[in-house]
Design a protein around this ligand. Structure first.
Ligand code: HEM
Length: 469
């Protein structure tokens, strides 16, 4: 499907010779001057699906006056997981800005090759499902503590923001044993600005000079510094917990090449950057889907009630939630936070019959199949039963990639799945919610990451079960 052109691979020359030059890659139709800027800003997932239908798996888009190549569809998703995909693509260009902002040499999602593997190995366990091992009951308490702050019967609640607070508290608990309550607002503000300006580049650099941002960044640094000091002491005293932050601090002590001092603050506060907007957007979209699709809320509540009737909760209990996990998976399919993965190319290679040139900036539209009826019949329907066997629609090749594909696929997937299931289960166990009106249609945003608009609010109709706090 894809063939390296520049590297000496004689058996592939014939294939390569047949490939058409990049100049012939079709440019997506758009508006004069603006090109595809508006269509992309409005709904990037729908835009890529439209282009895939019109042009196939390779096309160009013009956004803000700049043309970029897109490879999309199941072909592109599968390409990401091949050796060719791994070797041909790099991610530094799109992530070094965040490292620079923190004075760090690198950030994990901007590193490739053997060094990237070493960093992933270091952090794999801390970011996994096992990170919550033995803490499920504490997580329920933390969730209730966060819910107690804003979720009360009769209230109209903007969902995305409320969930962002919840996620910061949960992540803080898992990583440090404490929710960083005094820092929640600063973490949110700094991280959303960083994502907007430095990662997705949808806002101007001048926002980094805003005094409010600078203050929030200083506070995040302060939090990072506290975490570092605290965990260094605990490591010395032999009382450090078995978790991500301990692994990072230990690496800094034992292997300065892998984890130099200057990378520490970004690395220990990194989970907030990676987890805040992604999980909050998905949970908010999931709440919408559950409330919108008739009959689903009652099924979610029945499953959640059964879960919380147990004396103590374990990892196994969270794996076995077909209704709730199905709803979360549907939210990730229909409202993917990573519509495309952004990469640069290391050398010329062939994809879909065209030459993709060296040093091109590339969008890899791995979410396009999420909307293809060939994979997901009635693709716009929020159908939580798709994932159960014998249907298991997500298991078809290249069909489902909410956590990305390839060497940089989400390292926090296991942790994210637990957090999201916990939030959805607890919220629907505790409350009856309603959409603003029964015919309400979700408004979405694209900055910093695609998801429900900040204005999306639900009505808390009544409290079904009291919380622990
Ligand atoms: C709904 C929740 C989430 C979704 C859909 C999601 C999705 C993704 C995607 C698509 C990528 C790949 C980006 C790329 O290839 O350029 C990624 C990377 C990553 N995610 Fe997540 N993520 C979620 C939550 C989390 C959470 C909660 C954490 C940790 C607390 C996390 C940690 C990471 C890390 C560390 C990477 C970088 C991996 C690497 O570069 O090797 N994610 N995520």
């Amino acid at each position: 499907m894809a063939t390296v052109l520049e590297m000496p691979q004689p058996e592939k020359t014939a294939h390569a010779a047949a490939a058409r030059p990049a100049s012939e890659i079709p440019l997506a139709s758009g508006l004069p001057f603006l090109g595809n800027t508006l269509e992309m800003a409005k709904d990037p997932a729908a835009f890529f699906v439209r282009c895939y239908h019109d042009y196939g798996p390779v096309f160009k888009v013009k956004v803000f006056g700049r043309e970029s190549i897109v490879i999309a569809g199941p072909e592109a998703a599968l390409f990401m997981t091949t050796r060719e995909g791994r070797d041909a693509l790099r991610s530094k260009e799109f992530n070094q800005g965040v490292a620079d902002e923190y004075g760090a040499t690198e950030v994990i999602n901007g590193v490739d090759g053997p060094r990237h593997i070493r960093l992933r190995t270091l952090m794999r366990e801390g970011f996994s499902r096992e990170a919550v091992h033995g803490q499920y009951d504490a997580m329920v308490e933390i969730t209730d503590r966060a819910l107690a702050r804003k979720w009360s019967a009769g209230a109209r609640l903007p969902v995305v923001e409320a969930i962002q607070y919840l996620i910061v508290e949960q992540l803080g608990m898992i990583m440090t044993g404490q929710a960083p309550l005094d820092y929640v607002e600063d973490i949110r503000f700094a991280i959303l600005t960083i994502l907007n300006v430095l990662v997705t580049r949808q806002r101007p650099q001048i926002m980094l000079r805003d005094p409010r941002y600078k203050r929030a960044r200083q506070r995040v640094d302060q939090l990072g510094q506290h975490m570092i000091t605290d965990f260094r002491q605990r490591l010395e005293a032999g009382t450090a917990p078995d978790n991500l932050i301990t692994d990072i601090i230990r690496a800094n002590r034992d292997d300065k090449d892998l984890m130099p001092d200057r990378n520490l603050i970004l690395t220990v506060t990194g989970p907030y950057v990676a987890g805040l907007d992604t999980a909050a957007n998905t949970i908010a979209a999931c709440i919408y889907g559950i409330l919108k699709e008739p009959g689903v809320a009652a099924r979610v509540q029945a499953e959640a009630d059964e879960l919380f009737a147990k004396d103590t909760l374990t990892e196994e209990d969270f794996r076995k939630l077909p209704v709730i996990n199905g709803a979360v998976m549907e939210a990730m399919r229909l409202w993917p936070i990573a519509v495309a993965q952004m990469r640069a190319t290391n050398y010329d290679f062939e994809f879909g019959g065209y030459v993709i040139p060296k040093d091109a900036l590339l969008y890899v539209g791995t979410s396009v199949p999420h909307f293809m009826p060939e994979f997901f019949p009635e693709p716009m329907k929020f159908d939580i039963d798709r994932y159960q066997r014998p249907r298991a629609e997500h298991l078809q090749k290249g069909a489902y990639s909410p956590f990305g594909r390839g060497p940089h696929s989400c390292l926090g997937q296991g942790l994210a799945e637990v957090l999201m299931a916990m939030c959805v289960a607890r919220i629907f166990h505790r409350f009856d919610l309603a959409l603003p009106t029964p015919d309400y249609v979700l408004k979405t945003k694209t900055t910093p990451t695609p998801g429900p608009a900040m204005s999306f609010a639900v009505r808390i109709v009544r409290e079904r079960h009291a919380g622990l706090v």
